[in-house]
Design a protein around this ligand. Structure first.
Ligand code: AMP
Ligand code: MG
Length: 409
């Protein structure tokens, strides 16, 4: 039996180099960049006006103030997008709108609020500007050639704006890992169908599918098969054709009808480990095929959920070229159970109080009690040890990335 850190290391070492593909701008949200993006030109590209107002020569306006305006002759208008910025000579001014290139000869912009307005001539200016006032200098934000986005960056609104601002309408990003899901069990019934005695609804299928999608995967198949070797072999063989990652739920424990390990072996999957010193999730299985990473998850819904978050989520991140997010440390507001020989995971609640990350484990602790996920926003974990951790002790926290961290609770 492997320890949790050993098992996590084995999985991390088995992840292949991620594959890049070119994707259009409109489909980049959430994708992970596979190439560096350098500024193709300085930003701003040309010196322009930061305000709607008048381009002026500061030397003309040294004596202007609220009581003594200086009159300037209006020589034209430069709108944003104008091809020619125009020229401003001594005693002259030119209307310029925000984003318009600064006319030749001008060295400042007076905003329209500090003048007699756009409709009057000559223009009375009530303010003596500094050189460069209300101007945005070419290259003041970014010089040409600067590294703007590094490989491994995930596209959010900011990254999309930077890419578009560079004039790029595609980017090379890592493939969303194609994932296959097989849930096993004679007792499983699809939601919406009637239940007969001894049967339960298949809840792992939607949970695992959604978790994989939240982690950035593309689900290529999601099936349910009975505890039948032939049916499982067929389903696994089909999944292995295209999936980079296969998750099988159920059928990996010690039961008489738990065939998944044997089935995977028969399909050429090399077992890397089976059983991890953890609670819940001891029967966790991991194997590798030529092109596929295979996880066998225990069927108990909480075990499957926690095993996914601890082992598969970071794997899907690595498969997309992302560095898995670091764990945090939180302070326990209640005692936390420890096991002598097993790593102990529990779903928990985390919140911020007086600037500290506080946590407590959920009340219901059975690995079949899926209601514990409802308020949970983190997974807490502690290495094996004697006796419970006391209130006030520090503990490892893995925030569930799609949840929010509340304030005072
Ligand atoms: P197993 O890992 O196959 O021994 O299953 C352990 C427990 O999880 C049993 O009580 C199963 O009925 C339950 N279980 C297995 N698969 C699912 C599933 N897809 N949805 C909900 N419960 C499941
Ligand atoms: Mg089963």
């Amino acid at each position: 039996m492997k320890s949790v850190p050993e098992a996590q290391k084995i999985v991390a070492a088995a992840v292949p180099v991620p594959t890049p593909e070119r994707v259009p701008l409109a489909e980049l949200t959430g994708r992970v960049l596979a190439e560096p993006i350098l500024a193709p030109f300085p930003r701003p590209r040309y010196t322009d006006s930061a305000m709607d107002g008048f381009a002026v020569r500061t030397a003309d306006l040294a004596r202007a103030d609220g009581q003594n305006p200086v009159a300037l002759r209006l020589v034209g208008v430069t709108a944003a997008g104008a091809r020619e910025p125009g020229v401003v000579g001594h005693g002259e001014c030119r209307q310029v709108m925000t984003g318009a290139a600064i006319p030749e000869g001008a060295d400042a912009v007076v905003k329209v609020e500090d003048t007699s307005g756009f409709d009057k001539e000559p223009v009375q200016v009530y303010h003596a500007p500094q050189v460069g006032e209300n101007m945005r200098q070419a290259g003041e934000e970014i010089p040409a050639g600067e590294l703007l986005l590094t490989p491994g960056t995930r596209f959010g609104p900011g990254e999309l704006g930077i890419l578009a601002g560079c004039g790029l309408d595609t980017a090379s990003v890592y493939l969303r890992p194609p994932v296959a899901l097989i849930t096993t069990g004679n007792e499983l019934v699809r939601p919406g169908e009637p239940l007969s005695p001894g049967m339960i609804y298949n809840s792992n299928l939607p949970v695992l599918r959604t978790l994989a999608e939240l982690a950035g995967a593309t689900i290529i198949s999601a099936e349910t098969v009975p505890d039948d070797q032939q049916a499982q072999r067929d389903s696994v063989a089909q999944a292995l054709e295209q999936a980079k990652l296969l998750m099988v739920s159920g059928g990996v424990s010690m039961g008489r009808f738990d065939h998944v390990r044997e089935v995977l072996r028969s399909q050429g999957i090399r077992e890397q480990f089976w059983r991890v010193a953890q609670k819940p999730g001891k029967p966790l299985y991991f194997g590798t095929g030529p092109d596929t990473l295979v996880f066998g998850l225990p069927g108990n819904p909480v075990s499957a959920f926690i095993c996914f978050m601890e082992f598969i989520w970071p794997t899907l991140e690595r498969l997309q070229g992302l560095a898995p997010r670091p764990q945090l440390q939180g302070t326990l507001s209640a005692p936390y159970p420890r096991e002598q020989k097993l790593w102990r995971f529990l779903l928990g609640e985390a919140w911020v109080q007086a600037g500290r990350l506080m946590v407590r484990p959920s009340g219901k602790r059975g690995s079949h009690m899926f209601t514990t996920t409802l308020k949970a926003n983190c997974i807490l974990s502690v290495s094996p040890g004697e006796g419970p951790l006391e209130e006030g002790a520090e503990i490892s926290v893995r925030l569930l990335p799609w949840t929010l961290l509340p304030g005072e609770a």
